[in-house]
Design a protein. Structure first.
Lengths: 467, 250, 351
């Protein structure tokens, strides 16, 4: 049986490979001026970046924890090492990546995917990028795809112009934290008119216990250019809390198109407090495709700011909250120019005591005449120990809009299960088929390997919870 | 070897604590076409659901034997795998699962054999053509946005693909226009052979004009009150069920 | 005078959204509440007893502590309505604010006894001057009772209106509200229902905001019982510089299997300077439920307008007609006099 074979084939432990905590440098746990300065020194950074980090630390100390959403009580910054430099240097060849790190990425299928279906790959291990490579023809067309540290050295002006301009450090406490301790991440620049036909992918792996990952992704898609960027993340499970507070800044210029896909499968001791934002100019488009499976707590709301006339955004997301997970996810959009449009399609599944919350913001500014927004959320509860909340906020400030929001909540209908069983499916198979169908609008947006991975994750999550 | 497919003895069943079937007996042999008719609420659909062991229905007494094996306590999927198929009165919509993938999965699941994709596609195409189903439907989500008639044709398509030993058609003809009824009948003709059997549950008689029927049973108040040859249907169309209601001793 | 925060939502969301509560500036909460005499009670049912006695207030949410405490300490109207049996005649309470009755702080308690059937209208109107209204309507619907309550807020645009509704709806009871929220400079209302097994709660609300009016609606329904039902339907139109916040929460508590909840809000925007916020929350701790909500906002449908205008109506007449049609669900079952008052009010406010 096809689906079953898949199940058997997956090594359920592939995400859980724990390497020895083998680093070149690991910052002291905690957060203070000395630690920040030491990180900057380790990275041999330019002066302005060092000052920026210290300013961000000040901001971090000023801002309060959120008064809403999941409790972050467990997070003790004094127990987190914010910078872990793996052994070895960034390389353009897998051969040169240290053995244990390479083996991890091999198990996750990254080098294999690179050969098969990607135009370029970046791989980050703890705080630093260990591998970066892109196809020759893209280099020739002027596409830049490298790690942030290299970008800061080689393209300092572009970085300085864009770095934390889309997501200012005052946004919230964990953005400020990110500004202070950021390390690694990818930098992409697609020149005017260049169409990158196959995706680029960055993979983020956190191995070190009691540490944090704070990668910074900065993507600029210049006028008329096109890109599909995929981000994957995972970590082995430890008993103590790990923290992920990355930051993604996307600049989509006039007539440009960017698709940003994420399959997130952090281990279930991870606090995932990530911030992602895109600024879209005239007739540009940003599409987000997001699958959230892992982490203990997630607070993640990608945001599109539609600043140019006719700018568009689509958000397609699914989150799957299982035992011990509190996934507070959603989407934010600000319509800030005429004729802009947004389409949101969000799904969530909760089971085994998991909490899934959809939280959103739709803001249509007075300038955004003739804008359109349609939102649809569906939540599936697989048992009564779980929780599923929908908290959508809509703020309309002009008359010339078409705005609609719909949400549904419920369980898999007994009638549907009976129907499928009458066709010979067992109860578990029937439920699993219904859930896969429920997730299909999201998986169909992903490249086929990732769709398969997502279905595998769904099957894994469902195993043992049904029947 | 016995020729009997289905045998139901003295079946009592409840829906939400209300007694619906009150001692029903029925025997179906290979190669036969049976029709169950009866007024609304007589228990026709209940019978189909109870045979497939729908958990919303509660069997109180009696036995259901399929090929001489008691299937009372089998789960719905196990019963389906034994070779009983039910065409639903209102088929469920399953978003995100295409008709093609579903058929492939179901066929594989029932037969336990690998499905050869290319040949299978051709087979489905042929059936769809016969049943007047737009081939585009292959890639659409199962029953989602289908009209009533399209859903019923899709049920017949599933019957042909899964090729059961016994097909129970629960009000498959209801709500269909003459053309659709003809198409559905055509599907049933394609399916029928000496080794399988069909149980048609209906309150109309239109479909019976298109098919050769061996037995007509009248089901009133949870019991079969009369069994006869095909002509009985004609009589019921003209006179209704009044005559049979007096059998109801309550 | 200072800033007061009212109408907190039951589950906070991002502070940046500015929706967790409503902050009002320059609100005068009168400290001295004189006697209020200008009210009428009409009751032609022998099974309904209406007494002017003060009851303790025990509510879960409410508009805000400062206002609830004012009612606890200082109410000038205290009415208890005790309903038994099946009552054909509508019970009407009518309050009119005027220069001699400037501040109304009312505490109304309704007890619908087991199996009773009743229909209550509570109407707030005013003369033209700056007045103040802060009230509570506290309802207990006992087992299998049926009660319909219509609340009309038609006070003038100089006065503030604060209103708290709280319902305990016991097994098999059915409580139906029609709320017309047209009046007030600021109209801040809070609604809470606790719904038990097989009980039904319907709320149909219409609002109309013009000038610089602020409307803040905070409805919370908690479903505790199996097969319980809630249906919230809120329709409104905003003109000029009006601001509206609709916060609706349906909370499916664990154990309320087979409960059904739906929540719909539709807001017609008539000016470019209006501001419409909505937060339709669904909270769910039980698997076996059906919950849905929808919110929509936009201009009047141009095709509809054109169609009506092609039949000889002016733009403004056509607009009023469309809005009246949308409001009809709430208006249609009222008696003629009331209906006319409401239609006149719609026409007046849409100029």
């Amino acid at each position: 049986m096809r689906q079953k074979t898949y199940l058997d084939e997956i090594n359920t432990n592939m995400y859980d490979i724990k390497n020895k905590d083998n680093y070149e440098y690991k910052a002291k746990k905690g957060l203070n001026k000395e630690i920040i300065e030491e990180i900057s020194r380790q990275k041999n950074e330019v002066q302005w970046m060092r000052e920026f980090r210290l300013k961000a630390l000040d901001m971090y100390n000023k801002l309060d924890l959120p008064t809403w959403g999941p409790s972050l009580e467990e997070l003790d910054m004094n127990e987190i090492a914010t910078y872990v430099k793996p052994k070895g240097n960034m390389s353009n060849s897998w051969e040169d990546v240290p053995e244990d790190i390479k083996n991890t990425f091999d198990a996750l299928g990254i080098p294999e995917a690179e050969k098969r279906s990607l135009a370029g790959v970046g791989a980050q291990y703890d705080s630093e990028v260990v591998y970066h490579s892109m196809k020759e023809d893209l280099i020739k067309q002027g596409v830049i795809y490298t790690d942030m540290e290299t970008a800061l050295r080689d393209y300092e002006d572009i970085v300085k112009e864009h770095f934390m301009k889309c997501v200012p450090i005052s946004d919230h406490k964990f953005v400020a934290l990110h500004g202070a301790v950021w390390s690694g991440g990818s930098f992409v620049y697609v020149p005017k008119g260049v169409d990158v036909k196959i995706p680029l992918q960055s993979y983020f792996r956190l191995n070190s216990p009691e540490s944090g990952q704070f990668e910074h992704t900065l993507i600029i898609v210049d006028e008329g250019a096109r890109l599909h960027f995929i981000e994957g993340c995972s970590a082995p499970k430890y008993n103590k809390i790990n923290l992920h507070a990355g930051c993604v800044e996307l600049f989509v210029k006039k007539n440009a198109y960017l698709r940003y896909s994420t399959i997130e499968n952090w281990s279930k001791n991870m606090l995932n407090l990530n911030t992602k934002k895109a600024i879209v100019e005239e007739n540009g488009q940003i599409d987000w495709v997001t699958g959230s499976f892992g982490s203990k707590i997630s607070m993640l709301y990608p945001m599109s700011i539609l600043n140019g006339k006719g700018a568009k955004t689509e958000f397609t997301g699914i989150s799957f909250a299982g035992k011990g997970q509190n996934l507070d996810t959603g989407f934010k959009v600000v319509h800030n120019a005429p004729n802009t449009s947004s389409v949101v399609n969000s799904k969530s599944i909760s089971k085994n005591g998991g909490i899934a919350t959809y939280r959103s913001l739709v803001r249509i500014m007075p300038k955004a005449k003739n804008s359109k927004c349609s939102v649809s959320c569906e939540s599936l509860m697989l048992d009564s120990y779980s929780k599923s909340d929908t908290i959508p906020f809509n703020d309309i400030r002009t008359e010339e809009v078409e705005f609609s929001h719909e949400a549904k909540i419920g369980k898999i209908s007994d009638k549907t299960i009976f129907y499928l069983m009458s066709r010979g499916l067992s109860e578990e198979e029937a439920k699993s088929m219904i859930v896969r169908g429920f997730a299909y609008p999201i998986s169909k947006e992903l490249p086929v390997e990732y769709a398969v991975e997502m279905n595998n994750l769904i099957n894994l999550e469902l195993e043992g919870s049904i029947g | 070897m016995s020729n009997t497919l289905l045998e139901i003895n003295n079946l009592f069943a409840n829906v939400r604590e209300k007694e619906i079937l009150k001692g029903l007996n029925l025997k179906i042999n290979k190669g036969e076409v049976h029709v169950i008719m009866g007024p609304n609420g007589a228990g026709k659909s209940t019978l189909a659901n109870v045979i497939l062991n729908n958990p919303l229905y509660e069997k109180k007494e009696g036995n259901i034997l399929f090929e001489n094996e008691n299937i009372n306590n089998l789960k719905t999927d196990e019963i389906a795998k034994k070779g009983i198929f039910m065409s639903f009165q209102s088929p469920e919509e399953i978003p995100g699962i295409s008709v093609m993938n579903f058929l492939k999965y179901a066929r594989h699941n029932i037969t336990g054999e690998p499905v050869k994709i290319f040949a299978f596609k051709e087979e489905i195409k042929k059936y769809m053509e016969e049943l007047n189903i737009n081939p585009k439907y292959m890639d659409r989500s199962l029953n989602v946005g289908f009209s009533g008639g399209e859903k019923k044709k899709n049920e017949i398509l599933q019957m042909l693909v899964l090729n059961p030993k016994l097909a129970i058609l629960d009000e498959t003809d209801s709500g269909l226009d003459v053309d659709a009824i003809r198409t559905v009948s055509k599907g049933i003709e394609m399916f029928k052979n000496d080794n399988n059997a069909i149980l048609i549950i209906t309150h109309g008689t239109k479909i019976l004009k298109e098919l050769k029927v061996d037995y007509v049973h009248v089901l009133v108040d949870g019991k079969i009150v009369k069994t006869s040859s095909g002509e009985l249907a004609q009589e019921i169309e003209e006179e209704g069920y009044k005559k049979y209601k007096k059998y109801d001793i309550g | 005078m200072s800033i007061i925060k009212l109408n907190e939502i039951p589950l906070r969301t991002s502070r940046n959204f500015n929706i967790n509560n409503i902050k009002l500036e320059n609100i005068e909460i009168p400290s001295k509440i004189e006697k209020f005499n200008n009210f009428k009670i009409i009751n032609n049912n022998t099974n309904v007893k209406i007494n002017e006695i003060k009851k303790d207030i025990n509510i879960k949410y409410g508009v805000g502590d400062i206002l609830i405490n004012q009612i606890k300490d200082n109410s000038n109207i205290n009415i208890e309505i005790d309903i038994e049996g099946k009552n054909k005649e509508t019970i009407i309470l009518e309050f009119e604010l005027d220069d001699n009755n400037r501040n109304l702080v009312d505490n109304i308690n309704i007890i619908a006894k087991e199996n009773s059937v009743s229909n209550v209208i509570i109407k707030y109107v005013s003369k033209d001057n700056k007045f103040y209204h802060n009230g509570i309507c506290n309802v207990t619907a006992q087992k299998s009772s049926k009660i319909s309550i219509t609340i009309l807020n038609l006070i003038n645009d100089l006065s503030d209106n604060f209103y708290t509704i709280s319902n305990i709806i016991n097994d098999e009871a059915s409580v139906n509200y029609k709320i017309v929220d047209f009046g007030g400079k600021n109209s801040i209302s809070n609604y809470y229902s606790n719904i038990s097994e097989n009980a039904v709660n319907n709320i149909d609300t219409i609002y109309l905001g013009d000038k610089e009016k602020i409307i803040d609606i905070n409805y919370i329904a908690e479903l505790y019982g199996k097969f319980s039902k809630i249906n919230m339907n809120v329709e409104g139109a905003l003109n000029d510089y009006a601001k509206k916040n609709f916060k609706g929460t349906i909370d499916f508590k664990r154990g309320c299997s087979k409960a059904v909840g739906s929540e719909n809000e539709y807001c017609i925007l008539l000016s470019d300077n209006v501001r419409a916020k909505s937060l339709p929350m669904l909270l769910c701790g039980e698997e076996d439920v059906e919950g849905e909500h929808s919110a929509a906002a936009g201009k009047v449908d141009a095709k509809q307008l054109f169609y009506i205008m092609s039949r000889g109506f002016s733009y403004n007449e056509a607009l009023k007609l469309i809005i009246r049609a949308r409001f009809n669900k709430v208006i249609k079952k009222l008696d003629e006099d009331l209906k006319n008052i409401i239609i006149e009010e719609i026409d007046r406010r849409l100029k």
